[in-house]
Design a protein around this ligand. Structure first.
Ligand SMILES: NC(=O)c1ccc[n+]([C@@H]2O[C@H](COP(=O)([O-])OP(=O)(O)OC[C@H]3O[C@@H](n4cnc5c(N)ncnc54)[C@H](O)[C@@H]3O)[C@@H](O)[C@H]2O)c1
Length: 338
C-alpha cells in the first residue's frame, strides 16, 4: 500500500492500493458504512468480509439527493442505530456521497471521524480529498464546510466498473490540475495509458495545493479554476451538461479571459483545445447565456462585490484576478459574440 502523507497533522493522508483487503490493517472498532446505491449492489459481499462489525445505510445515487432531506434521513437513522463517537463512518461511493458524509460527520455529536473510500474517478482525484463538503440548497454547493476525513483509501481497480461516460468528469479535473499547476503533467496526460500514475499525480497536486492553504484563505482557491462559470451552466434548462463538460466549458471561458489579459501564443491555445478534444469533450457550448445563469454566478460563494477569478498565465501557472460585476458581464457578452 502506497501512502501520500499530508504535511500537517495528518489532515490529508491518502493510501493507494488495488484491493480493499488492504484496509483490514486500518480498520478498528465498530463502524457505520454509508453505501452508494450502485456500489452496494456490486460489492456489498466484498465489504461484508472486510468490516466484520458494522451497521450501514444505502444512499440513492444522484445529485438530486445532495440535499437537506438526505441529511435528516441519515442523521435520524444514525441516532436510531445508536452510532456514537467511538464508531467510525465510512463513505463508500462517489462525489455525491463524499459531500454528504463529510457534512454528516462534521455535525453528528458535534463531530465524528470519517474515512473516504472513493469509487469514481472524480471522487478519487478530487472530491474525497481536502475535506470540502457541501449540499445544494437553492444553488449548487451553497451549504457546507471544511472537515477533513481521518484518511482516504483509493482502490484504483474499482473505477473500471464505472460507465465510460462518467470518466469524463474525472478527466476534467485532472486536466485542470495540469493547467493550473504542472506543465509536464499536462503533456503526460496526453499519453492517457497509465491511469494509476495519472490518479496518483492528480492527488499529489491537489494535496500539495491544499497543504499550503487548508481552509481556503487564499491559494487553495486556484482549484476553482473553471468552476464559477462551469457551475452556472451545469444544470442549464436547455441542455443538461455533465459536471465534467461544464467545467471544461468553464475552463475555456477562463482561458478566453486569460488570453485578453495575458495575450497567449496561438500554439498554446491550440494545444489546450487539442487536449480537450482528445478526451472527447463536447466543447461547442451551444447554449445561449441567460440572466438565470448570470444570477447563478452572482450567487456563487466567491462573489462578494467583486469576484476572484482564477486565470491562466501559461500552462502550469495560474493567477487570481479580481473582476468587477460589470467587467465580468462585458466579458461574457464578448465571449458569446465570438
Ligand atoms: N467536495 C469536493 O471537493 C468536490 C469536488 C468535486 C466534485 N464534487 C461533487 O461530486 C459530485 C459528483 O461526483 P461523482 O462524479 O463521483 O458522481 P456520483 O457520486 O453521483 O457517482 C456517479 C454515478 O456512479 C455510480 N458509481 C459510483 N462508483 C461506481 C463504480 N465504481 N462503478 C459503477 N458505478 C459507480 C454512482 O452510483 C452514480 O450513479 C458532485 O455533486 C460535485 O459537486 C465535490
Amino acid at each position: 500500500m502506497k501512502l501520500l502523507k499530508s504535511k500537517k497533522n495528518n489532515l490529508n493522508n491518502i493510501y493507494f492500493g488495488n484491493k480493499y483487503k488492504n484496509l483490514v490493517k486500518l480498520i478498528k472498532n465498530y463502524n457505520f458504512l454509508l453505501f452508494d446505491y450502485n456500489i452496494y449492489f456490486l460489492f456489498f459481499n466484498k465489504f461484508k468480509k472486510i468490516f466484520n462489525n458494522f451497521k450501514y445505510i444505502i444512499i440513492p445515487y444522484n445529485e438530486k439527493y445532495k440535499n437537506i432531506k438526505s441529511l435528516k434521513i441519515i442523521l435520524k437513522f444514525m441516532l436510531k442505530k445508536k452510532i456514537n463517537k467511538n464508531n467510525k463512518i465510512y463513505c463508500i461511493g462517489g462525489g455525491v456521497l463524499n459531500d454528504i458524509t463529510g457534512i454528516i460527520s462534521s455535525i453528528y455529536f458535534r463531530n465524528i471521524n470519517y474515512i473516504n473510500l472513493p469509487t469514481t474517478l472524480l471522487s478519487q482525484v478530487d472530491s474525497s480529498i481536502g475535506g470540502k463538503n457541501s449540499i445544494n440548497f437553492y444553488s449548487k454547493n451553497s451549504i457546507g464546510n471544511i472537515y477533513f476525513p481521518l484518511y482516504i483509501y483509493i482502490n484504483i481497480s474499482i473505477i473500471y466498473y464505472m460507465k465510460k461516460l462518467e470518466f469524463k468528469d474525472g478527466y476534467a479535473e485532472i486536466i485542470k490540475y495540469s493547467l493550473i499547476n504542472n506543465f509536464s503533467f499536462f503533456f503526460y496526460i496526453f499519453k492517457k495509458n497509465n491511469i494509476e500514475k495519472i490518479i496518483f499525480y492528480s492527488c499529489y497536486i491537489k494535496s500539495k495545493i491544499i497543504s499550503q492553504d487548508y481552509y481556503e484563505k487564499n491559494y487553495r482557491s486556484s482549484l476553482n479554476f473553471g468552476h464559477t462559470y462551469g457551475h452556472s451552466i451545469e444544470n442549464n434548462i436547455i441542455k443538461k451538461y455533465s459536471h465534467g463538460t461544464s467545467i471544461i466549458i468553464g475552463m475555456i471561458f477562463s482561458i478566453f479571459i486569460s488570453d485578453i489579459f495575458y495575450y497567449y501564443n496561438k500554439k498554446v491555445l491550440l494545444k489546450i483545445i487539442k487536449l480537450f478534444n482528445y478526451f472527447n469533450f463536447d466543447i461547442k457550448n451551444n447554449i445561449k447565456f441567460n440572466k438565470k445563469m448570470f444570477n447563478k454566478i452572482l450567487l456563487d460563494k466567491k462573489f462578494i462585490k467583486n469576484i476572484n477569478f482564477i486565470l491562466l498565465k501559461k500552462i502550469g501557472f495560474c493567477i487570481q484576478k479580481i473582476l468587477k460585476k460589470k467587467k465580468l458581464l462585458k466579458l461574457i457578452k464578448i465571449f458569446y459574440e465570438i
